[in-house]
Design a protein around this ligand. Structure first.
Ligand code: FES
Ligand SMILES: [Fe+2]
Length: 468
């Protein structure tokens, strides 16, 4: 790569103006792969996708293919899916079970467990080793490449290529409350979720950041979803999804709800502040009594388990850079994988309580598919916007005019009970500014010494610029 692009000049967080180039330029994209995807913690998958030893699931980190697998002892590993000999993919399937990956090209083989002399992923078989290598090849040096860091957070698997990246929980900061709201059992127990069915993957002719910025909290685009709001696809045959809190006069007021952003980390969401008394139960699955029964029961257990201090609820959010989620309905994790500046591959994992009855999982599965994914009524609307926005931003003339992210600029409040977080009413572009500000820092930084969220002064700077 030649000279690095100065991303701070393209993302002006003080004025809320962002250059279109960051969505269409090939040069910026190449820098992004290295500076953002080469450093950040990225979602790989969920442990429930590989329950048995040697189960594997092929995932992605940026443009690169990786294999998430489990060894004999149950330990999970993430390997780069490329043969050290001449680069061939050692695994060309989406998922399966294999103790050894044998490269299709010249048949070097790599053991998930390794052997006495090699590590997990180690090179264990070389055809004609004695005859052609004359016994003279150090197999211990030519195994599959492992990610620098990996973690299992409540069943979700994350990895980074950068050994200097802070541990995952430091990277998350208090966004943790909201990832918990996605991964925890609906009765409040930590973890306890599983991925239902296979995952959905589809390509969209859009820059990957459109997905990430929409899910970090764009409540302004309700017009796009007008038709799906009218056809009542929610589990109770109303709206798109059922409301989390009731509106009857005798119900407790819902907790404060709005945009919550983490300027030192780049994450954000639309949701409630983290500690509040649980609102009364709202009947949600009135068309399917057995599902309604289940939800009522887990609600009661949730009140018992968490007492008066429920966790945060997050209908939607983004963990920097390319993982988003729906924390309530339809509960899911997504990744926006970059395929060049003008195409992304969307992946979607749908989550359910692992021990929910089969009929509950089935009703949820049908609702999830009705709502989301390539054929889901709601997501079709979103993709259309991102496709056309990417195409219409690529021209030389269009490229002269930046995008406007000025909504709510200067009106951010410190969020109570959350470290270094800001909170505004739901409809604002606060979180998008935070996301792109952090993106620019990753693009420009030489390493984690400049990026450590613990040392970042973005929160303080944002508070200093407040108008109110
Ligand atoms: S490329 Fe894999 S063995 Fe040659
Ligand atoms: Fe949308």
């Amino acid at each position: 790569m030649g000279q690095r692009i100065d991303a701070a000049a393209l993302v002006d967080r003080e004025s809320g103006i962002i250059a279109r180039d960051i969505f269409v330029s090939e040069e910026i994209y190449q820098q992004e792969l290295k500076q953002v995807f080469g450093r950040a913690w990225l979602l790989i998958g969920h442990e429930s996708q590989i329950p048995n030893p040697y189960d594997y699931f092929v995932s992605r980190m940026g443009e690169e293919s990786v294999i998430m697998t489990r060894d004999k002892s149950g330990q999970i590993h993430v390997f780069l899916n490329t043969c050290p000999h001449r680069g061939m993919k050692v695994c060309r399937y989406d998922q399966g079970n294999a103790r050894v990956f044998t490269c299709p090209y010249h048949a070097w083989s790599f053991s998930v467990d390794g052997n006495l002399t090699t590590k997990p992923g180690g090179l264990v078989g070389v055809p004609q080793y004695k005859a052609v290598y004359r016994d003279d090849l150090d197999k211990s040096k030519w195994g599959l490449v492992s990610v620098a860091q990996m973690t299992n957070y409540k069943g979700s698997i994350w990895a980074s290529w950068d050994p200097a990246a802070p541990d995952f929980e430091t990277y998350l900061g208090d966004m943790k409350f909201y990832l918990d709201a996605v991964l925890d059992h609906r009765d409040g127990r930590p973890g306890g979720s599983e991925v239902i069915g296979g995952i959905q993957k589809w390509k969209v002719p859009s820059n990957w950041k459109f997905g990430a910025e929409n899910f970090i909290g764009d409540l302004y685009h309700i017009t796009s979803h007008r038709s799906v709001d009218m056809v009542s696809i929610g589990p109770s045959g109303q709206g798109r999804r059922d409301a989390p809190t009731g509106d009857k006069a005798n119900r407790k007021p819902p907790p404060p709800f709005g945009s919550i952003g983490f300027p030192n980390h780049g994450h954000g969401l639309i949701g409630t502040l983290p500690f509040y008394a649980e609102p009364d139960y709202t009947p949600s699955f009135t068309l399917t009594p057995e599902v309604e029964e289940y939800y009522k029961e887990v609600y009661q257990r949730r009140v018992e388990n968490l007492g008066d201090k429920a966790r945060g609820l997050a209908p939607v959010g983004t963990i920097f850079p390319n993982c988003s989620f729906h924390g309530m309905q339809p509960r899911a994790l997504f990744t926006w994988h970059p395929n060049g500046p003008r195409e992304m591959e969307m992946w979607k994992w749908y989550l359910v309580d692992a021990d929910a009855p089969a009929e509950v999982k089935n009703v949820l599965r049908q609702y999830y598919l009705r709502y989301a994914g390539p054929a889901g009524l709601t997501e079709q609307d979103d993709m259309e916007n991102w496709n056309y926005a990417t195409a219409a931003s690529a021209g030389a003339e269009a490229g002269r005019y930046p995008y406007n992210y000025q909504m709510g600029l200067g009106y951010e409040e410190p969020a109570p009970d959350l470290k270094d977080a800001v909170f505004t009413g739901p409809v604002t572009e606060q979180n998008q500014r935070i996301f792109y500000g952090r993106w620019a820092e990753f693009m420009d930084a030489d390493g984690w010494a400049d990026l450590n969220p613990g040392d970042s002064g973005n929160f303080a700077a944002l508070m200093a610029r407040r108008k109110a």
